[in-house]
Design a protein around this ligand. Structure first.
Ligand SMILES: Cc1ncc(COP(=O)(O)O)c(C=O)c1O
Length: 453
């Protein structure tokens, strides 16, 4: 069997919330000005009430509104594939499966939460959403979702991606969004970055500051985030809930679950429904591997501390693995993995040893992306090529150990807008820059001095 398909009726009716099952709760968010714990009222200028309630909910299961499932039907349930041709290419006895999220109209997992967020905002009378985007995947997803629910969408796009991926901008504009190259001179946050460095390549942290400031200073607007926070990870669990059912239909349960991590949403979405079984003791032996870029190694080299989620310090302060909110990663092609922090729940799992993290340089990842394209056909986005690198390591380990472990990984997006990156790789022009420790040490010096450690 090559792929396992579910019926429309199998689209999950509830999202899985891992918060009540975590071995310790993530620390509360802090207010950026007072550094005291945030209350729901503090979040009201930027998020609608339903999202704020989900962010702190202790309910294990949260119902998916029918209007959201209605839109999910366009591309969900997504297929689960047996990567038997990749297994041969890797010469491994491991059995490899992947969940493919590249079939959504925007080309990645991001619409799973964009649609939910647009729905809740529209329900509460919001007219306009602002957001940031790195690779352009998230911005495209929100532009798409905005068009379904009649919302205006403004996207601050990280300059390096804006220049590397002009067609992502056109895609967002086609769905009706307005796209700005960040840093801009439209916000205080953008202007202050440009004053320091007129050639700043931008970063997700800077773009978030701009989008939050824009939303917080306009009555008709709210802000929408594509990763990191609890409600985004929650919405993405449709991936893992479906995958669990599909693995069951294939008569399998994964020994190892792998995904790439930028802020953590696609990987949490795939892995948390399986992590639930590890946390409950039903499947204690399952291993979890989070793959991140060596150029932005938050989980493997960041420190665990409270930090601003954005560069200008206008959004919530979060305890997480961080490289410092002023850290600007080298302009690798996996733009969606260039965030300085990670989802708090994922950090708890890594700290507790329930999840492992590995970092990879971009050339070794692109080599696996090309191997995947030549064996399975699909062209991966640069982000999930990091997951592929970890899969290749596990496949080699299975060969050496002579076992046929079951590997499940997330193929969270296609790379059709990343051809310049493939071109550079194929021509041998991709660079793997070292990240010297002093650069990290320097950036983490600027963490906020929080009263709560
Ligand atoms: C295709 C793709 N994968 C992964 C990511 C990283 O985000 P996250 O870790 O939240 O899934 C992005 C972010 O833009 C993305 O576009």
């Amino acid at each position: 069997m090559k792929k396992v398909l579910l019926a429309e009726a199998d689209i999950p009716e509830r999202w899985y919330n891992i918060l009540p099952d975590l071995p310790e709760p993530p620390s509360p968010y802090l207010h950026p000005a007072t550094l005291q714990p945030l209350g729901p009222a503090d979040l009201a200028p930027i998020f609608p009430q339903a999202i704020i309630a989900q962010e702190v909910s202790q309910d294990r299961w949260i119902e998916i509104p029918e209007q959201v499932r209605e839109v999910y039907r366009i591309w969900r349930p997504s297929p689960l594939y047996r990567a038997d041709r990749l297994e041969k290419a890797l010469d491994t006895p491991a059995r490899i499966y992947f969940k493919y999220e590249g079939g959504s109209p925007a080309g990645s997992h991001k619409p799973n939460t964009a649609v939910a967020q647009a729905y809740y905002n529209a329900q509460e009378g919001v007219k306009r959403l602002t957001t940031e985007t790195g690779a352009g995947q998230w911005g495209s997803a929100l532009a798409l979702a905005g068009s379904f629910f009649g919302l205006e969408v403004t996207v601050y796009m990280v300059r390096v991606s804006y220049e590397q991926k002009p067609y992502r901008r056109v895609l967002m504009e086609t769905w009706g969004a307005t796209v700005h190259r960040s840093p801009t001179d439209l916000t205080n946050s953008g202007r202050s970055v440009l004053a320091r460095d007129p050639d700043s390549p931008g970063s997700l942290g800077i773009a978030i500051s701009e989008a939050v400031e824009d939303a917080a200073t306009r009555e008709d607007s709210k802000y929408s985030l594509g990763s990191v926070v609890n409600h985004v990870l929650l919405h993405q669990t449709v991936i893992g809930i479906e995958a669990k059912k599909q693995m069951e239909m294939a008569g399998e349960y994964p020994d190892v679950v792998i995904g790439c991590v930028g802020g953590g949403s696609n990987y949490a979405g795939l892995s948390y429904p399986f992590m639930a079984d590890k946390l409950s003791g039903a499947r204690p032996g399952t291993r979890f591997i989070a793959a991140e870029p060596a150029a932005c190694p938050t989980l493997t080299r960041g420190i665990y501390a409270y930090d601003f989620g954005d560069t200008a310090g206008v959004g919530p302060v979060v305890q997480m693995h961080t490289l410092g909110h002023n850290f600007v990663p080298d302009p690798i092609h996996a733009g969606g993995l260039r965030y300085h922090g990670d989802a708090p729940s994922l950090c708890v799992l890594v700290r507790r040893g329930l999840m492992e993290a590995r970092a990879y340089a971009q050339n070794e990842c692109f080599a696996e992306a090309v191997r995947f394209a030549r064996s399975e056909g699909f062209l991966p986005a640069p982000e999930p090529s990091h997951a592929l690198r970890a899969v290749a390591e596990e496949a080699a380990a299975a060969r050496e150990a002579g076992d046929s472990r079951v590997i499940l990984f997330g193929m969270c997006g296609h790379g059709h807008f990343d051809m310049s990156a493939y071109e550079a790789f194929l021509a041998g022009r991709l660079e793997d820059l070292e990240l010297p420790q002093p650069r990290i040490d320097e950036a983490v010096k600027e963490l906020p001095k929080t009263p709560v450690a």
